[in-house]
Design a protein around this ligand. Structure first.
Ligand code: ATP
Length: 235
């Protein structure tokens, strides 16, 4: 579904991604793990068109998306939930969700999908008139994910959905990620919480200072001594 081949991405003179290649197959949950500053968010931003690779190719479905603008990438069915869950703080939950569907026209279908988001996240339904800036961190994460789903993505890019959340909320969010995947959305998940990420993923890539250093099935990585030491708390 997605094939990234040898991309190099820079911020000015600083090279953040160094020849990164990876693949996501339809229906999978693929996770990208790595320390702070490894380049995980940079990769997601490149996939959604916020950054442009200096070289390399990004193949998605039937064509190339390398260098395309974010809006045309959204139209191809890629939605990005950025780190820090940027919701529109002055707008209600419902208005945020409506904005997620801004490229769509069929109001009946949009309504139906909003009901679906409320089924996935009952907490959002209870709070649909609430101003989003007053939601808790976990609720804002749900809203950011709900808004991305309103674009009807085929591929959902999630950047650190567990960041700053209490363990119970993390568990809840991960269960919902699995559910969204079972319903047919392919997922590329960036996480520092490698244990949780590997527990729901099919495959994983480990990224260190801009390079993919290890890849394999999630279960392979979970049992690797090297990965355990570096990313899973050393047990
Ligand atoms: P984290 O988990 O801390 O978010 P990450 O793996 O997502 O880490 P990135 O945010 O992709 O890491 O950053 C990769 C590298 O690029 C880091 O060295 C970072 O300092 C640098 N970088 C990120 N954004 C910019 C920017 N706007 N300008 C310059 N350098 C940047």
């Amino acid at each position: 579904m997605l094939k990234v081949d040898d991309i190099n991405v820079y911020y000015g003179n600083i090279q953040a991604l160094k020849g990164v290649s990876l693949e996501v197959k339809e229906g999978e949950i693929v996770t990208l793990i790595g320390a702070n500053g490894a380049g995980k968010s940079t990769l997601l931003k490149t996939l959604s068109g916020l950054l442009k690779p200096k070289s390399g190719t990004i193949h998605y479905l039937d064509g190339s998306i390398s260098g395309k603008a974010p809006q045309s990438i959204v139209k191809t069915g890629i939605s990005h939930v950025p780190e820090g869950r940027r919701v529109f703080a002055n707008m209600s939950v419902e208005e945020n969700l409506e904005l997620g569907a801004y490229l769509r026209k069929n109001t009946k279908e949009i309504r139906k999908d909003m009901e679906h988001v409320y089924e996935l996240f009952p907490r959002l339904q209870e709070r649909r008139k609430q101003i989003s800036g007053t939601l808790s961190g976990g609720e804002q994460q749900m809203l950011a994910m709900g808004r991305a789903i309103m674009a009807k993505p085929k591929l959902l890019l999630l950047d650190e959905p567990s960041m700053g959340l209490a363990p119970l909320m993390v568990k809840n969010i991960f269960q919902i990620i699995e559910k969204i995947n079972r319903e047919g959305t392919t997922i590329l998940l960036v996480e520092q919480n490698a244990n949780m990420a590997l527990s729901i993923a099919d495959r994983a890539y480990v990224i260190e200072t801009g390079k993919v250093v290890v890849s394999g099935s999630a279960s392979e990585l979970q049992s690797s001594e090297q990965i355990k030491k570096a990313y899973l708390g050393g047990h």
